[in-house]
Ligand binder design. Structure first.
Ligand code: PAF
Length: 274
């Protein structure tokens, strides 16, 4: 595996590699990221994984400085996973002096995470567009868990006619259902014990909707269940899977989105509803 940290190193390496499949990450790699790499490898393309903790997508009171970083362990994992290129730019490479362009996506970026974390998706869209410009991938792989992020990236790619195919990879979970996330490592043992209630509530809500329950009362019951388990829910919503518009009745493709805090640690999850 080749490790590149500057644009000139990257350009030198790219001449030696074939078409690329990009897995963008912020590091602290877990099995969910490695599943993205495995699916990307299945494309037959050379896999490039980027590791960049993007300051632009964190709010002033968010966890940028304490976001988990473990570069050495990440590189070992990527090498073992058969990654061809690890791209590790620093902040000055990503946002050089004079940098004056940002990408604002509206529509799917506006509600939910976009409302709770102002400028988050501006940071995500900008850095993903820069990564596409740097790596020039044929395909890029994103996890289903961050469903809103996926729709924001898809919208940007379609609107800007970017020459990259966006692929989605199913959420990887712990045996008790908790979606894998770099932030799970912040959970205390008691919080970790409570955390699977998020997915259990979501799947119970989906089963109720599949059984014909009216969405609004079923969602209210799910919110009450989360509160009983110690969560502070930020949102629990039935949405159109692409536009992320809240909807009052299931009409495929629909999705349930949930975000809730356990003593300040935010957990997100999502399931499709048919
Ligand atoms: O999902 C993430 O890890 C980040 O939002 C991404 C896509 C790598 C952009 O920084």
């Amino acid at each position: 595996m080749i490790v590149a940290r500057t644009l000139s190193e990257l350009r030198g390496v790219q001449a030696r590699l074939g078409s690329l499949a990009l897995v963008p990450t912020m590091g602290a790699l877990h099995d969910g990221h490695l599943a993205l790499v495995a699916v990307a490898k299945g494309s037959g393309l050379d896999v490039a994984t980027s590791i960049f903790v993007n300051p632009m997508q964190f709010g002033p009171s968010e966890d940028f400085s304490r976001y988990p970083r473990n570069e050495d362990a990440d590189l070992v994992k990527l090498e073992a996973a058969g990654c061809a290129l690890a791209w590790l730019p620093d902040v000055a490479t990503m946002y050089p002096p004079g940098d004056a362009t940002a990408i604002s996506v509206y529509g799917p970026a506006e509600n939910f995470e976009g409302a709770i974390r102002p400028n988050h998706f501006r940071g995500v869209a900008t850095v993903v567009a820069k990564l596409f410009g740097q790596i020039r991938p044929e395909r890029a792989y994103f996890g289903e868990k961050d469903w809103q992020q996926l729709q924001v990236v898809r919208r940007m790619v379609e609107d800007l006619l970017l020459p990259v195919r966006i692929e989605v990879v199913e959420t990887r979970r712990e045996p008790d259902g908790l979606a894998l996330s770099s932030r799970n490592r912040y959970l205390s043992p008691a919080q970790r014990a409570a955390a699977p209630v998020l997915y259990q509530t979501l799947t119970a809500l989906r089963a109720a909707l599949h059984g014909g329950a009216a969405p609004r009362p079923a969602i209210n019951a799910a919110i009450a269940r989360l509160e009983e388990a110690g969560f502070v829910p930020d949102y629990c919503a039935l949405v159109d899977a692409e536009s992320l518009e809240p909807i009052e009745a299931v009409r495929p493709p629909s999705r349930l989105l949930v975000a809730a805090r356990l003593d300040g640690i935010r957990l997100l999850d999502t399931v499709g509803v048919n």
